[in-house]
Design a binder for this molecule. Structure first.
Ligand SMILES: Cc1cc2nc3c(=O)[nH]c(=O)nc-3n(C[C@H](O)[C@H](O)[C@H](O)COP(=O)(O)OP(=O)(O)OC[C@H]3O[C@@H](n4cnc5c(N)ncnc54)[C@H](O)[C@@H]3O)c2cc1C
Length: 377
C-alpha cells in the first residue's frame, strides 16, 4: 500500500510527493488533469528574498526555509532529471511599494530590512545604472524610495513542475493523471480509500493539495475550510534583446524578465469564481503598465495571455494541517500569491507532520481552526 496519496499535481502536491520520496516513503499523486497545468503553470515564478531566523514569524520562517530549499532543489532536480528550472538570482525592484490586500509577504516587505534581507534604496541614477531601460515618469523621483532586493530569484515554473514530476517518477512515485477525486471512503477517524474517475486508491495517509479546489474536497470530510480562487491574468511578451534583468513591481503589477528575452507582465487580483478567461480591460492595463515602465517594450511581440486561479485563504496564510477529526488526512492549500515560492518549505513541514516528527517551524498560524472554530463542522 502507498504511504500517502497526494491529491493534486500542482507545485504543492508534487513538492510534497518529491519530499516524501526523498525520505524513503512511497507516495502516489492523483491529478484530475495533467500535472502542473493550473495555478502552478499560470504563475510568474518570483521567489522573494527571505532568510530563516528563529525570531521571525512562522510565515517568514516558511519563506526563509523555502528560499534555501529552492536553491538546493534547483540543483538536485537538474542533476536528477537534466532539466534546468531556470533558477537564478535576478533581484526585485519595488516602486512606491504598498501593501497588497491579504498578502502577508507584501506586509512583511515593508519591514524587509528588519528581516535580515538585503535591501538597497535606489535613486534615479542608481536605478538607471541597474536597469537603463526603465523610465521614470515626470515627478516620480519625488515619490522615492525605490527599493531593490538583490537576493530575490526566479524559476521558470513550467520547467520546475516538469522536473518535479519526472524526479518523482524516477523515484518510483506513481503519478496518476486524468483521475478526479470525487469521493472518500471513511472508516472511523481514518480515510481508507479515495474514489476517482479512474479507479479507487487506498493509502496510509491522504494529503489534499488541490489548490483553489481544495475546499470542494475538505467539505466531503465535513470541514468547510475556506479557500477560494482569485483570478490572475498574465501577458507574455517577446523581445529581440534583453531589456531588463530585474523583476520590477509597482503595486500589484510586475514585469518578470526571462533570460531568453521574454517578459511576463502580471497581474490582476479578481474575485470572479472559476471563470478562466482573459479580459480586454485587464490585458490592456497590463500592457499599458509594461510600456509606461519600459518604453522600449512597445515593440515587443505579444506572445500569449492567460489566467489562473490563486488559492486564497481569508488571511493569506496557507492551511498546512490535519483535517479536523482525521488521523491520516492532511491539507496543504491556500498559498495565494506565493504557492510556487512556499512549496518546498510546505513539503518539508507536511512530511514532518505525516511522519510525526518535530517540525522545523511552528505551524499554529497554518492550522485550519485559526480562521474560526465554527467552520469546522
Ligand atoms: C497569475 C499568477 C501569478 C502568480 N505568480 C506567482 C509567483 O510569481 N510566485 C509564486 O510563488 N506564486 C505565484 N502565484 C501563485 C501560485 O501559482 C499558486 O499559489 C500555486 O501555484 C498553488 O499551487 P497548488 O499546487 O496549491 O495549486 P495548483 O497549481 O492549482 O494545483 C492544484 C492541482 O489540483 C488538481 N485538482 C483539483 N481538484 C482535484 C480533484 N478533485 N482530484 C484530483 N486533482 C484535483 C488541479 O487540476 C491542479 O493541477 C501566481 C498565481 C497566478 C494565478
Amino acid at each position: 500500500m502507498n504511504d500517502c496519496a497526494v491529491i493534486g499535481g500542482g507545485a504543492v502536491g508534487l513538492s510534497i510527493a518529491y519530499e516524501l520520496s526523498r525520505h524513503g516513503l512511497n507516495p502516489l499523486v492523483i491529478e484530475r488533469g495533467q500535472c502542473g497545468q493550473e495555478a502552478s503553470w499560470a504563475g510568474g515564478g518570483i521567489l522573494p528574498a527571505a532568510v530563516f531566523r528563529e525570531q521571525d514569524t512562522a510565515y517568514e520562517k516558511l519563506a526563509g526555509l523555502s528560499a534555501d530549499l529552492h536553491r538546493q532543489w534547483a540543483e538536485d532536480l537538474k542533476s536528477e532529471t537534466g532539466i534546468d528550472n531556470g533558477y537564478h538570482r535576478c533581484g526585485e525592484i519595488f516602486f512606491k511599494h504598498h501593501e497588497i490586500d491579504g498578502d502577508p509577504l507584501s506586509r512583511g516587505l515593508l519591514r524587509v530590512q528588519d528581516r535580515g534581507v538585503r535591501v538597497e534604496l535606489l535613486d534615479d541614477s542608481t536605478l538607471s545604472e541597474l536597469e537603463p531601460n526603465i523610465a521614470l515618469e515626470q515627478g516620480e523621483q519625488d515619490d522615492l524610495p525605490i527599493y531593490y532586493t538583490p537576493d530575490s530569484a526566479q524559476i521558470r515554473n513550467p520547467r520546475h513542475l516538469q522536473a518535479l514530476k519526472i524526479a518523482c517518477e524516477q523515484r518510483g512515485v506513481q503519478v496518476i493523471e486524468h483521475a478526479e477525486v470525487d469521493a472518500f471512503e471513511v472508516e472511523g477517524e481514518r480515510v481508507a480509500t479515495v474514489h476517482t474517475t479512474a479507479g479507487s486508491f487506498s493509502a496510509e495517509h491522504f494529503c489534499l493539495a488541490a489548490g483553489a479546489w481544495t475546499t470542494q474536497l475538505t467539505q466531503q470530510l465535513g470541514c468547510a475550510m475556506p479557500v477560494k480562487p482569485i483570478r490572475g491574468q498574465m501577458a507574455l511578451l517577446q523581445t529581440e534583446e534583453q531589456l531588463l534583468q530585474t523583476v520590477v513591481h509597482q503595486g500589484g503589477h510586475y514585469l518578470i524578465p526571462r533570460l531568453d528575452g521574454r517578459v511576463l507582465v502580471g497581474s490582476t487580483l479578481e474575485d470572479v469564481g472559476f471563470e478562466k478567461k482573459t479580459t480586454l480591460f485587464a490585458i490592456e492595463q497590463l500592457l499599458q503598465f509594461a510600456q509606461t515602465r519600459v518604453p522600449r517594450l512597445r515593440d515587443a511581440a505579444v506572445e500569449s495571455c492567460w489566467a489562473g486561479f490563486r488559492p486564497a485563504s481569508p488571511d493569506g496564510y496557507p492551511f498546512i494541517d490535519a483535517v479536523p477529526g482525521f488521523a491520516n488526512a492532511w491539507v496543504a492549500a491556500g498559498h495565494y500569491r506565493w504557492g510556487l515560492f512556499l512549496s518546498p518549505g510546505t513539503a518539508v513541514l507536511m512530511r514532518q507532520l505525516i511522519q510525526r516528527e518535530d517540525t522545523v517551524l511552528p505551524y499554529d498560524d497554518f492550522r485550519i481552526g485559526r480562521i474560526a472554530e465554527s467552520i469546522v463542522q
